[in-house]
Design a protein around this ligand. Structure first.
Ligand SMILES: Nc1ncnc2c1ncn2[C@@H]1O[C@H](COP(=O)(O)OP(=O)(O)OP(=O)(O)O)[C@@H](O)[C@H]1O
Ligand SMILES: [Mg+2]
Length: 460
């Protein structure tokens, strides 16, 4: 399919840029992703038979489960969505809601394909937009033809000295001014399709609000024709708006939805977070839906079924499911057996210690230390974290995780905030522009809190 399909090794490399350690989990998702590409390349009859190798990621809180999913989503062009399994246990839930994740995924895929298509026609759309804008800046005058010219089918001549420049040259002149940005401050009136939501009509029916509501809106959308709206904008804005409109016109939506559905069916990924929250403890208390009930509702979708969406039936057979959960009080084997069988791959994530914390603080592209340095640089401050300071922060995080509750890398956030609280507040008023943070500074700020267990429970 897509030529930019990454190999497992490349996938792991990309994940490494953001997530420290957790090699096993990275490998598993990398293989699962690549397997989908392989499946699409085996003979068709066999491809139908190959089901995705769904994964459960198991690990304590704050060690990178959700982070892996988030980064995975940005890796390739697969439609990717994350849902909290626990949300389906909430009040107000009806059985069909579980299917909504497939519907949402299709919606997302449509937008994705649409913007790709619009990107493809961008150049053409920009050309058309420019012509439209030129028409507005210089309305094409009907060229007066002399009767004899018309009879002879000759182009009109512009010999006469007092005649204005032929339209074409004027147009080219304006085009040049436009390209040179000389018209940027001028404002023009353009007429564009008004983007507005259809009339708000909600129909309650046994089929659920969602899909009915949408179809009705579409029906009425066609009855009330799209309104045009005149807007006064400056030239660059006009180009932008007109280009958008032309791009939309050039994109064939039927083709888009077909490709989008296909993409969901062949390479969609659903990340089911907090799956442990729908396990066990089933006394069916209160108004919440029973957790096992949610598992039963999930089953057909994970096993593969047809889901009705506004773009037609979508098969969920080959959608890849990656589930994640802390499973601190429960085990994957507490899931109903049918569901267990649909998640053949289990990977455990390791809990994080001092060495990992040091790396998490400094190595990822979005590392915390980098964030703080850049944030405070906007105030003109040059903050330098010495190596021993970073080691000390990691040490404090490890100790507090041991003494109170292990919340993994999330501990680093609270510690960094406390550590830099004073600087963060004073930054704009500071005269000393260079601040070196060493181990002593860290100890000075944090040791009192760390030693007092009650205090650290509240602050760190
Ligand atoms: N291995 C790691 N490498 C880099 N950063 C990490 C790592 N683990 C956690 N983090 C950081 O900690 C934060 C919390 O991690 P994440 O959301 O992935 O936890 P989780 O494993 O999903 O926990 P929970 O079970 O509570 O949902 C992330 O935003 C990320 O910045
Ligand atoms: Mg999580």
């Amino acid at each position: 399919m897509s030529s930019n399909q990454l190999t497992p090794r490349q996938i792991v490399e990309r994940l490494d840029q953001y997530i420290i350690g957790q090699g096993e989990a990275k490998r598993a998702v990398a293989i699962a992703l690549r397997s989908r590409w392989r499946r699409q390349n085996v003979p068709k009859e066999l491809a139908e038979e190959i089901s995705p190798k769904n994964i459960i990621m198991i690990g304590p809180t704050g060690v990178g489960k959700t982070e892996i999913a988030r980064r995975l989503a940005k890796l390739d062009s697969s439609p990717f969505m994350k849902v909290e399994a626990s949300k389906f246990t909430e009040v107000g839930y009806v059985g069909r809601d579980v299917e909504s994740m497939v519907r949402d995924l299709v919606e997302l895929s449509v937008n994705m394909v649409k913007s790709e298509e619009q990107e493809n026609v961008k150049v053409r759309a920009a050309e058309l937009a420019e012509e439209r804008l030129l028409d507005i800046l210089l309305p094409p005058k009907p060229v007066e033809k002399k009767v004899e010219d018309m009879l002879a089918d000759r182009p009109p001549d512009a010999e006469q000295a007092d005649l204005p420049l032929p339209v074409d040259t004027t147009r080219e002149k304006i085009r040049r001014l436009l390209h040179e940005g000389k018209l940027d401050s001028r404002s023009v009136e353009i007429e564009i399709q008004e983007v507005r939501p259809g009339p708000m009509i909600e129909i309650f029916s046994s089929a659920g609000v969602e899909d009915m509501g949408l179809n009705i809106k579409e029906m009425f959308g066609n009855i009330f024709p799209q309104k045009k709206k005149v807007r006064k904008v400056n030239v660059p804005e006009a180009i932008e708006l007109l280009t958008q409109e032309e791009a939309q016109r050039l994109v064939d939506m039927d083709k888009v939805t077909k490709a989008a559905v296909e993409r969901v069916e062949q390479s969609g990924i659903i990340f089911l977070d907090e799956i442990d929250k729908i396990v066990g403890g089933d006394g069916a208390h209160g108004p919440d839906v029973s957790r096992e009930g949610v598992q039963r509702d999930l089953l057909p979708i994970v096993e593969g079924s047809n889901v009705n969406t506004r773009y037609g039936m979508v098969r969920s057979d080959h959608i890849l499911f990656i589930a994640a959960g802390a499973f601190s009080a429960t085990k994957p084997s507490d899931l109903i057996p049918e569901l267990q069988g649909r998640f053949p791959i289990r990977v455990e994530l390791d809990s994080l210690g001092k060495d990992e914390f040091i790396r998490i603080l400094t190595e990822p592209h979005n590392a915390l230390i980098k964030q703080y340095v850049e944030m405070l640089a906007t105030e003109g401050l040059n903050i330098i974290f010495q190596e021993d300071a970073i080691a000390e922060i990691a040490e404090v995080a490890t100790v507090v995780n041991e003494k109170t509750e292990n919340i993994g890398a999330r501990r680093l956030y609270t510690i960094m905030e406390t550590l830099l609280d004073e600087i963060s507040f004073d930054a704009p008023d500071m005269t000393e522009k260079e601040i070196v943070i060493d181990a002593d500074y860290v100890r000075g700020k944090l040791s009192e809190i760390v030693e007092d267990e009650d205090l650290s429970r509240y602050i760190l």
